[in-house]
Write a protein that binds this ligand. Structure first.
Ligand code: 2RA
Length: 347
């Protein structure tokens, strides 16, 4: 049975990726509607070889879709997800609005696919934060094999995580520095061109930022509440692709060679890790290498010589794809393949 979709926030960084990934999915897709705020009315977006005109969120009839993929920010999601869900569509939301709601599953299909079945309480499923997704995909096999106790992670996050305006700011500031134009920081707390900023999102009372808090609480919800996570999240002047340096303390011994072999055969992961190779492509992955890819890449797997049962690794992924749009489409595929969609069950 064909599934009808609405993409809410269809003109944004993530919305356009959702449309592209959805167009390549093996699901049987019926109608696809691009929905956006009034500002984007009349704008056109591509879905495969179709061109879609943006429809108005305020007036669109969600009663005709099975799944709404939302990437329109937390405030819009708080207001609209319950209204859309009440019309019978399942909402898969990319904002932070619902992630920690106990009645809303937080899903990374390679990690906790079965959790998707808990969507029925609110008809809403949350997509985790980009920096959490790529980390838990890499941690899951290690946790199943050797038990993850504690994680120390530092992130190197591209500006696309902050949306199109943030990408424009990096581009214009970088050009501006060569022409002596003084372009102030607007979307970032400090200049991002030729700089790195150890702040993503707002500060919390304990001195961590909200992005760092998200990595901690979301990992517990998705993978295991016993895992301790401490994070430092840093914005760097790259456009797409987040990188993470992760130190993982395990319950049991696992050599770097065994971890490499394990991660190599685990879902969603690609291991590129030949430190002594003369071929630079085989050594390790950088954010630019992963742009447009679906996989989460793992490189630089080492045994931490300062502590027993501890590994270091470098994890890189396209934040707009696995960190956002791809993960939401994969959740949609789970719903379809498991025949969980309420409207389709009723037919
Ligand atoms: C960022 N985590 O990179 C955000 C996007 N979800 O800013």
């Amino acid at each position: 049975m064909a599934t009808n979709f609405a993409i809410v926030g269809a003109t944004g960084n993530v919305g356009t990726e959702m449309l592209e990934i959805l167009s390549e999915s093996d699901m049987e897709i019926g109608e696809v509607y691009a929905v956006a705020s009034r500002n984007s009315l009349g704008r056109e977006v591509s879905f495969g070889d179709r061109t879609l005109k943006c429809l108005d969120l305020e007036t669109f009839d969600f009663g005709k879709v099975d799944i709404a993929l939302m990437s329109a920010g937390g405030a819009i999601s708080k207001e609209w997800s319950p209204k859309i869900a009440a019309k019978g569509a399942v909402v898969i939301d990319n904002s932070s609005a619902w992630r920690m709601d106990p009645d809303v599953p937080l899903v990374v299909p390679e990690v906790n696919a079965d959790a998707v079945e808990g969507f029925t309480k609110k008809n809403i499923i949350a997509n985790p934060n980009c920096s959490t997704i790529q980390m838990v995909v890499a941690l899951k096999p290690l946790h199943d094999r050797a038990g993850v106790k504690r994680v120390v992670v530092s992130t190197y996050q591209s500006v696309s995580g902050g949306g199109k305006k943030a990408m424009d700011e990096l581009w214009l500031q970088t050009k501006g520095i060569f022409t002596n134009a003084d372009l102030p920081a607007i979307n970032f707390p400090k200049q991002i061109a030729f700089n790195v900023i150890p702040q993503i999102d707002v500060f919390m009372d304990d001195g961590y930022t909200k992005e760092e808090w998200k990595m901690k609480v979301e990992t517990k919800k998705i993978l295991d509440p016993k895992i301790k996570v401490t994070a430092t999240c840093v914005r760097v002047p790259t456009f797409v692709g987040h990188a993470e340096s992760i130190n993982v303390e395990l319950e049991n011994e696992l050599s770097a060679d065994d971890a490499r072999a394990l991660l190599r055969e685990s879902p969603g992961l690609m291991v590129i890790d030949q430190p002594h190779s003369d071929d630079h492509e085989a050594n390790y992955v950088t954010p630019i290498d992963c742009v447009g890819d679906f996989a989460t890449y793992v490189s630089r797997i080492r045994e931490d010589s300062t502590q027993d049962n501890t590994l270091d690794m470098w994890v890189v992924s396209d934040n707009l794809r696995k960190g956002a749009a791809l993960n939401t489409v994969q959740i949609a595929e789970l719903l379809v393949h498991r025949k969980l969609l309420p409207r389709q069950q009723a037919k």
